[in-house]
Design a protein around this ligand. Structure first.
Ligand SMILES: *Cc1c(COP(=O)(O)O)cnc(C)c1O
Length: 367
């Protein structure tokens, strides 16, 4: 039968639209946004200056291939710029990868508490998301490999993962890659890699450089503090880069983002300050929240996942309402199948101390 109105392709209406973290706390005198893993230090001052300079030339189209930015990234990481594509946030690139490599009936694997953009991007192509269980809120390589079928075309792995903050060591990433058929595209999302301080971690660069079926996706939204500008990049084999370049928007990255991105990635000192701030306060928050009797998942990123008791008056939802009244905006993670946890971005010293104090009051039953 002919449809009586335009109908979206299979899968589209199965998507639960992404709900971003709250940014308001009605009634609170001051709002501390700790819900989207933005950096409390803001962007590099040179990035802000570069952004403002371009703001005087908004009539001009940007360089559609973002060459200067790709060259800057190449210099900083020692990569061939022709194997990089920039996008309007890594969201843009994750969707482009799905569009280029998935069709109706294909399967793409992600883990239970994996980033929500993966199933959204997958369903949008008509393909089926396949969920691999995790172990201790951490990706489980064997569980992922067990779910590979002849229909599998992609595997998404956030390393470290959001919202859990956990990671798998490079040996495990390599073992996962080794177990995948060569026609499966392995997408390593390293949005938080700059924060990781572990000797057994590698962001994915080495694996991309030595394989034909691995890409690494990176973002300027987190340590670089440019979430508002929407900027990300993907490093991959030449044949994948070629495919993405054919389907991306011809001007998918705007000029202010290109200019600010170059300044940001070249400001190593600012990134180091962010890393130092994060290491110090990540450890402090994990400790202090733990002392209150709440379980905190060990994180290597710039946020912590806090677990609440399954007890009326003490649940994550109630904690969220309590914190929001004080202007402390954390992230509910029910959509990530973690209904009784909250995710908190590492904030300024002031924000971090206020959250710990508020959690203590909440658990004490204060109003
Ligand atoms: C925040 C985040 C990103 C970045 O998304 P952008 O579109 O670049 O802002 C990518 N992947 C994960 C897992 C994230 O948490």
């Amino acid at each position: 039968m002919t449809a009586t109105r335009p109908e979206p392709r299979a899968g589209v209406l199965a998507i639960d639209a992404y709900v971003p973290g709250k940014s308001t706390a009605p009634g609170a005198a001051k709002v501390y946004k700790l819900s989207s893993n933005e950096t409390p230090l803001g962007p590099s001052p040179t990035a802000i200056k570069a952004y403002e300079t371009v703001g005087k030339h908004l009539q001009d189209y940007p360089d559609g291939s973002a060459s200067d930015l790709r060259e800057a990234i190449g210099r900083v990481y020692g990569l061939d710029p022709s194997r990089i594509v920039c996008g309007a946030g890594s969201d843009d690139l994750l969707n482009l990868l799905a569009r280029a490599y998935l069709s109706d009936g294909d399967e793409a694997i992600h883990t239970t508490h994996g980033f929500l953009v993966y199933p959204i991007a997958t369903l949008g192509t008509g393909a089926t998301p396949v969920v691999a269980p995790e172990k201790d809120l951490t990706a489980d390589v064997d569980a992922i490999l067990k779910r590979v079928t002849p229909k599998t075309r992609m595997v998404f792995l956030a390393n470290p993962n959001n919202p859990t903050g956990t990671y798998i060591p490079f040996d495990e990433v390599k073992r996962l890659h080794k177990g995948l058929p060569p026609n499966v595209l392995f997408v390593i999302d390293a949005a938080y890699s700059e924060y990781v301080q572990r000797n057994d971690y590698e962001s994915g660069i080495e694996l991309v450089a030595t394989s034909d079926n691995v890409v690494m996706v990176r973002t300027f939204s987190k340590i670089h503090g440019l979430a508002a500008l929407r900027l990300g990049w993907v490093y991959g084999p030449a044949h994948v880069i070629d495919a993405i370049n054919r389907i991306r928007g011809p001007f998918n990255v705007n000029a202010p983002a290109i200019a600010a991105g170059i300044a940001a990635i070249e400001d190593a000192a600012h990134q180091e300050r962010s890393r130092e701030h994060n290491s110090k306060w990540l450890a402090w928050l994990t400790d202090e929240i733990g002392k209150l009797g709440l379980k905190v998942t060990p994180s290597v990123a710039n946020f912590v996942l806090i677990h609440f008791p399954d007890q009326k008056g003490k649940t994550a939802k109630e904690a969220d309402a309590f914190l929001t009244k004080r202007g402390l905006v954390l992230r509910q993670v029910g959509a990530y199948k973690l209904p009784n946890a909250l995710r908190m971005s590492v904030g300024t010293e002031e924000a971090n101390r206020l959250v710990v104090k508020a959690l203590a009051d909440f658990l004490d039953g204060a109003k």
